[in-house]
Ligand binder design. Structure first.
Ligand SMILES: *Cc1c(COP(=O)(O)O)cnc(C)c1O
Length: 373
């Protein structure tokens, strides 16, 4: 059996967790490993990042930071994970679903088409760790704040600038399916110091605890709305081991990814399909290998073929405008880019601990199917 994903396992995670318990005696949020992770992230991103319990929560914090409220609209690509939309819907805002390009990224022209005086935010999702033309997107957003769902994008850049740092706020995920993780975890990155201060209150139950602990204020009290979004230092310990090994993990993913492209791309294109590929202005992070076939029927037969050989190749994202919840907001207009990916995209196994023999098998079974088309 070859699974779609195995969480990264280095062996050093358990040593860090032991250290959190026995050496530091600190396992709640805001501990020494959380600080170490935040320092690594700030170095990678070139701006501050707060460690939180998930990317979903980071997006919820972004909606709170923007004071999104009842009656607001926000533009979000339809082809995405539910959290990109839910975080704003929770505040009473209405999603306006935008179409995506063949690589799953928001088409910037959609912002011009869909914006209204009520548009309170634009959410860009960096699918597979690639992005749309961010310069064009920011141009079209004008004064509307951009929030980046950079859940899949740690380590990726556009024109040399890290994804997640273009907008007012960026949300990163450390879910076990991402390039590095800790089971469940995330980060919120914001450049503006005033927003950052407010984000700390939101994370610490609406208190200025962080400023108190760092000696900036002499009382610790309730100063804003908030919730409990800090990551336990047990999770941060695990994550810190993987962030320290980030380059090594990325290098292995790049090797696996590039081999898939080398061995599959031509055969797939000959049959009218394609592999999801980042824009040349992106430095990719090789988060996933998306294979887009010509029709839903072909895609579903591919999944069955791989399953018969013990290989799990899931599709993902039913376009949100077609989902039961999304239909409550959407007028019924077709979004052909998102619908095509819903029907025709499938993901191949790609994970740090994947062996060459496992990849040999996935490639052989994929070619067997594609060549018979
Ligand atoms: C994984 C993912 C999320 C959710 O991340 P969590 O950390 O599990 O909350 C949100 N958006 C996208 C695009 C994702 O891939």
């Amino acid at each position: 059996m070859i699974p779609f994903n195995k969480p990264v396992w280095l062996g050093t995670e358990i040593l860090r967790i032991t250290e959190a318990i026995t050496t530091h005696g600190h396992v709640a949020g805001g501990g020494p490993f959380a600080r170490a992770c935040e320092e690594s992230l700030a170095r990678m991103l070139g701006q501050p990042a707060l460690l939180v319990t998930s990317c979903t929560h980071a997006l919820e914090m972004a909606a709170l930071l923007l004071d999104v409220k009842e009656g607001d609209e926000f533009i979000v690509p339809s082809y995405t994970f539910v959290s990109s939309a839910n975080a704003f819907v929770l505040r009473g805002a209405r999603p306006v679903f935008a179409d995506v390009d063949p690589n799953g990224n928001l088409d910037p022209r959609e912002v011009t088409r869909l914006r209204t005086p009520r548009t309170r935010a634009v959410v860009a999702v960096h699918y597979a760790g690639s992005s749309c033309d961010m310069t064009d997107l920011l141009d079209r957003c004008g004064r509307i704040p951009l929030v980046e769902d950079a859940a899949q994008a740690l380590g990726a850049t556009f024109d040399g600038k890290p994804l997640g740092t273009f907008g007012v706020a960026g949300a990163i995920s450390f879910h076990e399916t991402k390039n590095v993780g800790c089971g469940e975890g995330g980060a919120l990155t914001v450049a503006d110091p005033a927003l950052l201060e407010r984000a700390e209150y939101l994370r610490d139950k609406g208190t200025n605890r962080r400023r108190f602990l760092t000696g900036l204020v002499d009382k610790y009290t309730w100063v804003d709305v908030g919730s409990s979004y800090a990551l336990s230092d047990l999770n941060a310990a695990y994550l810190s081991a993987q962030l320290d090994a980030f380059e090594r993990i990325q290098a292995r993913r790049a090797t696996l990814h590039d081999r898939y492209v080398r061995e599959l791309e031509r055969a797939v294109e000959r049959k009218g399909g394609y592999l999801v590929r980042p824009d040349p202005r992106n430095r990719p992070n090789h988060h996933l290998l998306g294979l887009v076939l010509r029709a839903r029927e072909q895609r579903d037969r591919f999944i069955a073929h791989m399953k018969a050989h013990g290989i799990t190749t899931p599709f993902h994202y039913v376009a949100l405008h077609l989902s039961p919840m999304g239909k409550r907001f959407h007028g019924g207009e077709a979004l052909p880019g998102a619908e095509r990916l819903t029907d025709c995209l499938v993901r191949l196994p790609l994970f740090f601990n994947m062996t060459d023999a496992e990849q040999d098998e996935v490639i052989a079974r994929t070619l067997e199917f594609v060549d018979a088309l």
